[in-house]
Design a protein around this ligand. Structure first.
Ligand SMILES: [Zn+2]
Ligand SMILES: [Zn+2]
Length: 447
């Protein structure tokens, strides 16, 4: 009955808007209690220019600037040489290197550094996973050490909760205007040392796995080896100077491609998108952006960061190959205890977004305001019905799962019960046998 009533009412666009706006009014109060700010307040600029940053304690990170500018120049120069003058076999070899580096680096950032470490998407991550990504895979993403990346990213998400926007290391809403916001969030933020704060120190000192700390210590050496020494030595051994420069070209081009691919998550997905997130400026784009499924559902990710998936619903399955990687690791027992949002939590987020979207439409007219009053109670009932029905369904599913687990264990349990019974009988017999022996002995003494 409730569903029919809702569908019938919603066919009238004016009434539909009134319903959604009325939900929004109530939801906005809840949202404001949690965040104490609207989306417009949240995304309001706080700096006027880049120069202003340097009066607030920011300074250029010279070694990083040299490295970033140097690798970009090397990529362009070697890239021109590669495609214009190098023998075709080295063009192929360099292209293979680029493809491998792109997928390995991007995949390591999203799967390991981002989801498993920063967001603790799995309760247990085994040592081989730490070793593989820390000392091999993640180096090819050229994003700094796992510890540093993870600390900065925690600050990036922390803003969604505490609202201290100035702490976001790569905010895309600091400035008034898209060009400054894009340049800052995409590249410039990585070239600066940010002022320290209590939150910054806490985030960077957060307890990490000892292998991660080891990688942090040896990061410079690992990068030098995998990005420079290894391709140069391998290329030279296989093809002399053509091989040397061919694989170096592959390594440099791979480096800048993997970096810019990752940075689109900080810039593009926080500036433009199809579906706005609820708690941040991040949105869902539903196209390939960012490393292996990280950017296209960035709104979903910010609204439920601990989820091992990076997108709700069917599109989440289609556009998030990283989740397959995590599921494969789980199947191999290399990670355990994956976190994910419940259906109820997902529904609450999706409902909240729909309502927020309607809120940005024109203000109530008199007719809609009158309708709103009448429909307030009904609308809340419908929404609660939906969420309660989902919660009930989830409880039943959980019960069914427990019963299934019990059924699966029934045979095993029957065996254990039989063994326990035999054990009881054995102990009982041993007790009476010993007792009898003592009694016999006692009787012989007393006789
Ligand atoms: Zn983000
Ligand atoms: Zn994240």
């Amino acid at each position: 009955m409730a569903v029919w009533c809702e569908a019938k009412v919603c066919f009238n666009p004016k009434v539909k808007i009134a319903i959604l706006q009325s939900i929004f009014e109530i939801e906005r109060v809840t949202s404001r209690i949690m965040n104490e700010r609207t989306a417009a307040e949240r995304d309001a600029p706080i700096y006027g220019s880049f120069r202003e940053l340097f009066t607030k304690g920011f300074e250029l990170d010279t070694p990083t600037c040299v490295f970033m500018i140097g690798t970009h120049i090397a990529a362009v120069v070697l890239g021109i040489w590669l495609f214009a003058y190098a023998p075709s076999e080295w063009v192929w070899a360099a292209t293979i290197w680029i493809v491998i580096q792109f997928f390995l680096g991007s995949g390591s950032t999203t799967l390991y550094t981002h989801r498993l470490i920063t967001h603790k998407a799995a309760k247990h991550v085994s040592a081989p996973v730490h070793w593989f990504f820390c000392f091999f895979g993640q180096i090819f993403s050229v994003q700094g050490s796992v510890r540093r990346w993870s600390a900065n990213h925690s600050l990036h998400h922390g803003v969604d909760r505490h609202g201290k926007k100035e702490l976001d290391p790569y905010s895309a809403t600091w400035f008034d205007g898209p060009i400054r916001n894009f340049v800052w969030s995409h590249t410039l933020s990585h070239m600066c040392n940010h002022p320290e704060s209590e939150e910054y120190t806490r985030s960077h000192n957060a307890k990490r796995h000892w292998i991660i700390m080891l990688q942090d210590k040896w990061y410079g050496l690992l990068t030098t080896f995998w990005l420079f020494l290894f391709p140069m030595a391998l290329g030279y051994a296989l093809g002399g100077w053509y091989g040397f420069f061919g694989l170096m070209a592959g390594s440099m081009l791979g480096t800048i491609l993997v970096q810019h691919n990752t940075w689109t998550v900080n810039s593009v997905t926080h500036m433009w998108g199809k579906t706005d997130g609820l708690n941040s400026s991040a949105s869902n784009n539903y196209v390939w952006l960012g490393p292996l499924g990280e950017g296209n559902h960035h709104g979903d990710h910010h609204d439920y960061p601990r989820d091992y998936r990076n997108g709700f619903g069917v599109s989440g399955w289609l556009l998030d190959p990283t989740r397959y990687g995590i599921l494969v690791l789980r199947a191999c027992n290399l990670v355990r205890g994956l976190n994910r949002a419940t259906e109820k939590e997902e529904a609450e987020i999706i409902a909240g977004r729909e309502i927020a979207q309607v809120s940005s439409m024109t203000a109530f007219n008199r007719e809609a305001a009158a309708l709103k009053k009448q429909l307030d109670t009904r609308v809340m009932e419908l929404k609660n019905d939906w969420i309660e029905a989902l919660a009930h369904w989830e409880t039943l599913k959980q019960e069914s799962k427990l019963l299934q687990q019990a059924a699966d264990r029934r045979d095993e349990l029957a065996k254990e019960i039989a063994q326990a019974r035999a054990h009881v009988n054995m102990r009982k017999n041993a007790f009476f046998a010993e007792l009898e022996a003592l009694r016999t002995q006692a009787m012989s003494f007393s006789a």
